[in-house]
Design a protein around this ligand. Sequence first.
Ligand code: IVH
Length: 677
Amino acid sequence: MTEKQAEKEIEKLSKEIEKHNRLYHSLDKPIITDYEFDQLFQKLLELEAQFPRLIKPDSPSHKVGGQPLDQFEKVSHERPMLSLQNTYSPEEIEDFEQKIKRQLGTDEDIEYFCSPKYDGVAIELIYNKGVLDMALTRGDGVTGENVVSNVRTIRSLPLKLDLKDPPPRIDIRGEILLFKEDFALINGRQEEEGQPAFANPRNAAAGTLRQLDPKIAAGRNLRMFCYSCGFKEGIDFQTHSDFESFLAKVGLPHMPFKLKGKPSKKSLSLVCRGAKEVIDYYKEIESLRHQLPFEIDGIVVKVNSYPMQQQLGNIARSPRWAFAAKFTPEQAKTKVMDIQVQVGRTGALTPVAIMEPVSVGGVTVTHATLHNQDEINRKDVRVGDWVLIHRAGDVIPEVIEVIKEKRPKGSKPFQIPDQCPVCKEKVTQLEGEVVKRCMNHLCPAVIKESLKHFVSRNAMNIDKLGSRLIEVFYDEGMVQSFSDLYRLTKDDIMALDRQGEKSAQNIISSIEKSKNTELHRFIFAMGIRFVGEQTARTLAEHFKSMDQFLKTNKEELVELPDVGPKVAESIMLTLKQKPFHKEVAALIKLGIKTKSMKKVATSGKLKDLSFVVTGTLPVSRNEVHDLIRTHGGTVVSSVSKNTSVLVAGEKAGSKLVKAEKLRVEVWSWDDLQKKLS
Ligand code: IVH
C-alpha cells in the first residue's frame, strides 16, 4: 500500500470508528458487535504502525494510549478556572437565592440549572476547529498542565466534535472521575502488584492523570462529565441549558437533564425555578447518592441565563452566579480497639483497624482498612487511638486521621509482623512493593481466600457457599482445593452442625449449577495473579477453550490487548506448574463445562502442528485462527524453527522471508482448505 492509499484508508477507518464510538458511548445504540469494532480498530492500529507519520491528533487510536512523555507542558488557561462558594444546608440555599435576587434587583424566582457535584478532578478541554488539542488540569486556576495524552484515552470523549462547521475554538470544562467499580478493580490490581492502594476514586483519577505513560490511563477506564464552558470563539449560548444541549449534540459526555418534574436515574440534572425547587432537588439527589455508580459530594446550582450570569460577575475567585450545596460529610469519630492483620488470596498482609461500632452516614462501621505499613506509618495509627473515619459509598471505610490529643499514654507504633499471622511462615517483601506477603502456597488463609474467590459471583458464582461455610469446610478438612467442592455430597454437608437436609440440598444444587459456566469465569476463578475479570474475558475470547489456553506461550499472550509482559509472565508461571494442570483436568472431569468451550478435536487434521498466519486472507485473521484450533492445531504469533506451518496470504512480508530462511513449510489459503476438506 502506498502512503497516499494508507492516508485515505486511515481517514475512512477513523471516521467509521468515531461513528461507532458515538453510537456506543453517547447514544447507547451500538449497531455493530464488539468483535467487529475490534476488527476495525485493529486495522487502524496496523496501518498507523506501518505509517506512523500519518497518526493524527484526533485519531481514535489514541484511546489505547500513545507514547510515554518526559513531562507535562505547563499552559495558561485562557479564562481562569474558578472555584465555587459552598453552602451546607437548605437555609443557606435560601440565603443564596436572596442574595442573587438582590444583586439582580428582581423579586421573581430565578431559573437555575442544577447538577450533581462530581467528586473528581476538574479539567479543561481545548477544541481548536473541533479537534481536541489540549486538556489542562486546573493547577492554580491560572496555569495548568496539559495532560491530553491521558485524556484522549477516555472512551466516551470525542477527539473531534460531531459538527459540520466547528467553531475556531471552544474550551469545555468538566470533571474526570472513576466509577466505583473501576476504582475497586484498580485498587485490587494495585494491592496485587504490591503498590499502595488509592484512598478514594478521586485520588485514583488524579493519580492516573499524572502518569506520563498514557497506556496506564488507557487501562483504567476514566470517565468524564462536562459541565461548563470557558473561553469560546465563534459560538454563543443564551442559557446554560442551551450549552448542555450543545454538549449532547456534539457528542460530549454530560449528565442528561430534564426541564420539568423530578430527575430520573438517567437524567440527574434538572432545571429548577426558585430556592424551594432547588432544595427538593438537593434532597432527591442526596437520597440517590449511594445508588450512583460514581461519587458525588453535593449539587452545583448555576443561574441558567447567561446574560444574568454576566450581570452577576465574580467575587475574588468564585462566580456570584453559581454555588455548591454540599452534603453532610460522612465522617465519625471512634476508638481503635485492635489492629488485626489479614492474609489475602495472593498472600498479601493487610492491616485492619477493629473499632468501637459507630454510625457513619446511616451504616454501622466496625472495621477500617489501613492498607499497608507505609499508610500506618504516615497516619501513625495505634491501638487505643481515637480516629476520624470516613465512609464513601461502597468503598471500605477508612481512617482519615488520628486525633492525637486523645492518644492514651504509653501507646506504641504498630508494626506488621514478620511472620504470617496464620501459618507462621516468615513473610517476604518483594523489591519495589510496599506490601508484605506470605509466600506459602499451603497457608490456610491463602487457600481459604482462593476458595472464596473461586465461588464468588463473578467467578463460578456458587451463591449458596458463603465465606463462613468455606471456612468451616476447610477447617473440617472437607475441602482443600477447588475440585474438592465438586466432590462434596449432601451427607458430608448434613454431617456438619446446623445443616439441615434442605439447606444441604440447596448447597449441592448451587454447586451443581455452577458446572455449566462460561470460559472467562472459569479462567478468572482459577485465581492466576494479575488475571482480573477483563483479562480473563480477553483470554477466553482469544483461546475459546481451556485446552487451548493451557497450551499457549508468552509470545502469543503479549500480543493480546491488555496483556502486558508482566501479566504474560505471571500466566506462564502458573501454566508451568503441573498441579495447576492437574486441578483444571480434575475440574473438567468432575463436570465443569464452558459454553464457548469447543471440543478440540484430538484426532484433528492439524493435531500437533503449530501455525503462524500472515498476509491478507479471504477471511479475518481471527477466523483463520479459530479454524486451525478447531482442527487441533495451535496458533503462535511469530515464526521460529519450531513453527510447523506458515499460512501466507497476499502481501505476506517479513514472516514469509523468515519462514523461507528457516525452511518452515508455507501454505496458501487454498492449501489449508484442501488439507481440511
Ligand atoms: S460548574 C465556576 N458543575 O467543583 C465553576 N463544577 O468546588 C463552575 N464540580 O471547580 C463549575 N461538579 O471542579 C460545576 N456539576 C458541576 C460540578 C463542578 C463538580 C467541581 C468543579 C469546580 C469545583 C468547585
